[in-house]
Ligand binder design. Structure first.
Ligand code: S3P
Length: 445
C-alpha cells in the first residue's frame, strides 16, 4: 500500500491506519528566528544566522526590515542568513507600508522597535487574521513611555500608524503573560532615555532576554520578582553583530511528539529541538500523561538548551492544566487537545483565554473541527474540557487559515477511522513549510 496521503496546493487528504517511523529535524524556532533578524538589524556589524526558519512569518519580518534599509541575504532552507546591521538608530523611514502578513510577532515587535525612531513615520498592516488581533496590549504601554501609535478601534487594530518619538523610561506592569508584549517593550527600552522595567503576571518565553544579552544589551531579569517576573533594560549600549544558531522549534516538534504517542507502531526521533524551560510545558504535560518520552543528547547551542526527543506509542492518562504553565505551552494547546481525546479520563485546559486572540480563536476552532470528526468536548470561556477514550472519524475539516490547527488536524486524521480531508492545509507554511513532506516521508517509514 502506498502512503495514505494526497495533497494539492491548498488541501490535503489523509487516511488513518498507517504508521509513522524515522527521524525528523524540525525547522528553526520561529520566535528565535524573528529575534535574530530584528536584533541583527539594529546591531553594529554583521550577524550570521544558522538554522533560521525559512517560513512565511520570519520572511515577513525580514521584508519589513529590508524596506527600512537593512541588508538581509536570501532566506532559504539550509542557508546561512547574513544581516548587515544599521545600528541602534539606523533604520530608515520606509516608503511603503510594512506588511506583517499573518505574523503577530512581527507586528508587535515592530511596534516596539519603531515607536522610538524620532522623526520617522511608519504604517504596519497584515492579513485579515492579523487585522483582527489586539495591538493595544503593546500600543498602550508604549504610549506610557511616550509612544504615539494610532489605528482602528482606538488604536487596537491594524492598520496602525507609528509616529516615531523620543521615548522615556518607565515601569510597565502588563496584565498578559506575553513574550511579544515584553519583547516589544524591551526593544523600545533600548533607545529610551531611561531604563524600562517590564513586570508580567507569569514568566513568558525568555528568548529576547537571552539573545539581547548575547548582543551586548544591559539587561537584568528577576523571574521570582515580588510583583511577578520582571526584566529591566538599560538604554544606550550598542548591540554588536553575533553568530546565532537557531534550534529546532519545540512548537513544531509537538505535532510529531503527539503523533508518535498516538499512531500504533510509531517510532520517531525528533532531532535538535530547542528545550528552553520557558517553552517545555508540553514535555511536562506529556510526563503527566505518563508518556514514555526520552530526551537524548542534551547540549547548549548558542545560549539555548537543545536535545533530541524519542517517542513511541503508549497508553496515556488525562491531564489538567492552567496557571503559570499556560505561557510555557501556549502554542501547543491545539495538539494537546488531540492527545487528550485518546487519553484515559477527562482532561481540563483552563486559564487559556489567550488562545481566543491567536491566529484564530483556537479554542473555538479546535472544538468545531474536532466535533466534525465526531469528538465530544466542551468549550469553556478560557479552555476546553475533553473526555478521553474517543475514537475519531474521518471527515471534511478546515484549518480556518491557522497553521497550528492545520497540523493538529493532520495528527487527528492519522488516528481517525477512514479518510479526512483538510481544507486550507497550506496554512502550515506559516511556521513549518515542509510539514506535509516530512509527514509523507515518515509515513513511508
Ligand atoms: C511568541 C509568543 C507567543 C506565541 C507566539 C510567538 C513570540 O505569543 O504564541 O507564537 O515569539 O514572542 P504571546 O507572547 O503573545 O503569547
Amino acid at each position: 500500500m502506498g502512503p495514505a496521503f494526497a495533497s494539492d496546493m491548498s488541501s490535503t487528504s489523509l487516511s488513518g491506519g498507517g504508521s509513522l517511523r524515522g527521524s525528523v529535524r524540525v525547522p528553526g524556532d520561529k520566535s528565535i528566528s524573528h529575534r535574530a533578524l530584528l536584533f541583527g538589524a539594529i546591531a553594529e556589524g554583521e550577524t550570521t544566522i544558522e538554522g533560521l526558519l525559512p517560513a512565511e512569518d520570519p520572511l515577513s519580518t525580514a521584508a519589513c526590515l529590508r524596506s527600512m534599509g537593512v541588508g538581509i541575504s536570501a532566506i532559504e532552507a539550509g542557508s546561512i542568513v547574513r544581516v548587515q546591521g544599521v545600528g541602534l538608530d539606523g533604520l530608515k523611514e520606509p516608503k511603503e507600508i510594512l506588511n506583517c502578513g499573518n505574523s503577530g510577532t512581527t507586528m508587535r515587535l515592530m511596534l516596539g522597535l519603531l515607536a522610538g525612531r524620532a522623526d520617522r513615520h511608519f504604517v504596519v498592516d497584515g492579513d485579515a487574521s492579523l487585522r483582527q488581533r489586539p495591538m493595544a496590549r503593546v500600543a498602550r504601554p508604549l504610549a506610557e513611555l511616550g509612544g504615539d501609535i494610532s489605528g482602528r478601534e482606538g488604536g487596537n487594530k491594524a492598520p496602525l500608524a507609528i509616529r516615531g518619538k523620543e521615548l522615556k523610561g518607565g515601569c510597565i506592569t502588563t496584565p498578559v503573560a506575553s513574550a511579544q508584549v515584553k519583547s516589544a517593550l524591551l526593544l523600545a527600552g533600548l533607545t529610551a532615555n531611561g531604563p524600562v522595567t517590564v513586570i508580567e503576571p507569569a514568566l513568558s518565553r525568555d528568548h529576547s532576554e537571552r539573545m539581547l544579552r548575547a548582543f551586548g544589551a544591559e539587561l537584568s531579569s528577576n523571574p521570582q520578582g515580588e510583583k511577578g517576573p520582571s526584566v529591566v533594560v538599560q538604554p544606550g549600549s550598542a548591540l554588536r553583530g553575533q553568530q546565532v544558531v537557531v534550534p529546532g522549534d519545540i512548537s513544531s516538534a509537538a505535532f510529531w511528539l503527539v503523533a508518535g504517542l498516538l499512531v500504533p507502531g510509531a517510532e520517531l526521533t525528533i532531532e535538535n529541538v530547542g528545550l528552553n524551560p520557558t517553552r517545555t510545558g508540553i514535555l511536562d504535560v506529556l510526563e503527566m500523561m505518563q508518556a514514555p518520552l526520552k530526551v537524548q543528547n542534551q547540549r547548549d547551542v548558542a545560549g539555548e538548551p537543545v536535545g533530541d526527543l524519542l517517542v513511541k506509542p503508549a497508553e496515556l492518562k488525562s491531564f489538567s492544566i492552567g496557571g503559570e504553565l499556560i505561557p510555557r505551552l501556549v502554542d501547543e494547546i491545539p495538539i494537546l487537545a488531540v492527545a487528550a481525546l485518546a487519553a484515559e479520563g477527562t482532561s481540563i485546559i483552563a486559564d487559556a483565554a489567550e488562545l481566543r486572540v491567536k491566529e484564530t480563536d483556537r479554542l473555538a476552532v479546535m472544538a468545531r473541527q474536532l466535533r466534525a470528526m465526531g469528538a465530544e468536548l466542551e468549550e469553556t470561556d478560557d479552555g476546553l474540557v475533553i473526555p478521553g477514550g474517543q475514537r475519531l472519524q474521518g471527515a471534511d475539516v478546515d484549518s480556518e487559515t491557522d497553521h497550528r490547527v492545520a497540523m493538529s488536524l493532520a495528527v487527528a486524521a492519522l488516528v481517525a477511522e477512514g479518510e479526512t480531508h483538510i481544507a486550507r492545509a497550506d496554512a502550515a507554511a506559516v511556521s513549518y513549510p515542509t510539514f506535509w513532506d516530512d509527514l509523507d516521508r515518515l509515513q513511508r517509514g
